[in-house]
Design a protein around this ligand. Structure first.
Ligand code: ACO
Length: 428
């Protein structure tokens, strides 16, 4: 196997090292290219650029494989435990029982928001998008936990990670309550992570929300399947912000902003809105495909396609099965699930989608499952963020522990005007 790449530019011939990952992935190391040749590489949207080495998550997009710290995600589905997976991602191995218990206890201790932070909700418009509230409030957490700007030892890192993972769910639930004019529910220290989130979302003062094991498991599963996905848009944002040595609150708040976009985490909302339009007769499945294929139309088949997966997204496969299980157990039906299946069937038989290897991604079925739990559409992407937070924290940690890590600063190819003289206002 070649361990060097030869690059010939005019009459210059240079050798570049080839890095090989654990799974045999190879990458030409171009870090000295500019120094040796004056050239930079051009790779808009980084479709072909490895921005870091990472031990956290492995994806094989051609085969539809996703593993956290080496463990295939399918193996987390039997008894889904999001907190265990969060610990695995952040600390690099499966926790022992006492480690998991201790971390869970820390989550419980940190579930409340500072009252000052809670009062901020009263000044937010009632129809404020929960993703805007989430990003702003994560940033505002920094005002109340300034002792964590410099992480002096492992203990302070564990503490800040626990604070973030715990408080994000309180912030998310409060955003939902605020946007529906409902009183806030304080967290219940006797409940597990996902059950507590459901309680804060749905209990009302005179009626405790009844948590069914099927729903609690399904929420754990959803969070697990979103927990990390190597260098996606929001994670790359967290790393970029973190590379400037910005604190963990600011870095994760930036991740939330990136995730909000409809091409990224916001796609789960777009999927449901598309399925609802079909259901209400505004659009036929065939119209969706036609519009998605029409290059003059900005419409996309949301929940389909992926930068990395050129096969069925393994997360979508698990969620599709989970939908079937949850609906059967709860004896429920959702016409949107039938529409989604029909759309999938049509798309997977259409040469446009087949030729481009466009398959359902994680967002295609997640919204249907969230709906079954009673989670409103404007909280879908917030749920994605709760799930993704351990991944962001793990990636931020890895970057900060890497002694070779430098501030992220891509180059560009300038295509603007050549040197031009400034013209005074009265002569323009
Ligand atoms: N509908 C219609 N056409 C599509 C779609 C889609 N959903 N996805 C990709 N294509 C087309 C592209 O237009 C392109 O066509 P062309 O070759 O004729 O120019 C071709 O398929 C290849 O596209 P890619 O280069 O693979 O797409 P890219 O990597 O730029 O974008 C993305 C990936 C943003 C996910 C895209 O597939 C998309 O917009 N999907 C819909 C939004 C969505 O579901 N996002 C969630 C992704 S998962 C996540 O972030 C959690």
């Amino acid at each position: 196997m070649a361990d060097k790449a030869i690059l010939i530019i005019g009459d210059q011939r240079i050798e570049l090292p080839v890095l090989v990952g654990t799974e045999g992935e190879r990458a030409v190391d171009i870090t000295t290219l500019r120094e040796q040749t004056g050239l930079v590489t051009y790779d808009p949207s980084f479709g072909n650029t490895a921005a870091c080495k990472s031990d956290i998550t492995f994806i094989d997009g051609e085969k539809g494989i996703l593993r956290y710290r080496g463990i295939p995600i399918e193996q987390f589905t039997e008894k889904p435990n999001f907190v265990e997976v969060a610990w695995l991602l952040i600390f690099g191995r499966l926790p022992k029982k006492d480690e998991l218990d201790l971390f869970s206890q820390r989550l419980t201790e940190n579930e409340l928001l500072h009252e000052g932070l809670r009062h901020q909700y009263s000044h937010i418009p009632v129809d404020a998008p929960p993703m805007a509230i989430l990003s702003a409030t994560l940033n505002n957490l920094a005002c109340f936990h300034q002792q964590f700007f410099k992480l002096v030892d492992d203990e302070s890192f564990v503490e800040v990670a626990a604070r973030l993972i715990s408080k994000v769910r309180t912030i998310a639930a409060f955003s939902h309550r605020r946007s529906n004019g409902l009183p806030f529910n304080y967290p219940d220290p006797n409940l597990r992570y996902c059950a507590n989130f459901l309680h804060m979302m749905f209990s009302i003062p005179y009626k405790q929300y009844i948590i069914t094991p099927e729903i609690e498991d399904a929420l754990n599963l959803i969070f697990i399947l979103h927990a990390d996905h190597e260098q996606n848009c929001s994670t790359s944002t967290v790393r970029t912000v973190g590379s400037a040595r910005a604190n963990l609150f600011a870095s994760c708040a930036a991740g939330v902003s990136a995730l909000w976009g409809p091409l990224h985490g916001g796609a789960n909302v777009e999927v449901i809105e598309m399925l609802e339009r079909i259901h209400h007769g505004g659009l036929a499945p065939e119209d969706c495909l036609r519009m998605a294929k029409d290059k003059s139309n900005p419409f996309r088949l949301f929940g389909f396609g992926h930068r990395v997966y050129k096969n069925y997204d393994p997360r979508a496969k698990i969620l599709r099965e989970s939908c079937d299980r949850v609906f059967a157990t709860l004896r429920r039906q959702d016409p949107l699930l039938d529409i989604a299946r029909k759309l999938e069937e049509l798309a997977l038989a259409d040469s446009y989608f087949v030729d481009r290897k466009l398959y359902p991604n994680v967002d295609f079925y997640s919204g249907i499952l969230l709906r079954a739990m009673g989670i409103p559409t404007n909280v879908f992407t917030v749920c994605f963020a709760i799930g993704r937070l351990p991944g962001w924290i793990a990636q931020w940690k890895e970057q900060h522990e890497d002694p070779t890590s430098r501030i992220t600063r891509p180059r560009q190819v300038y295509t603007g005007p050549p040197q031009t003289d400034y013209v005074p206002m009265d002569q323009r």
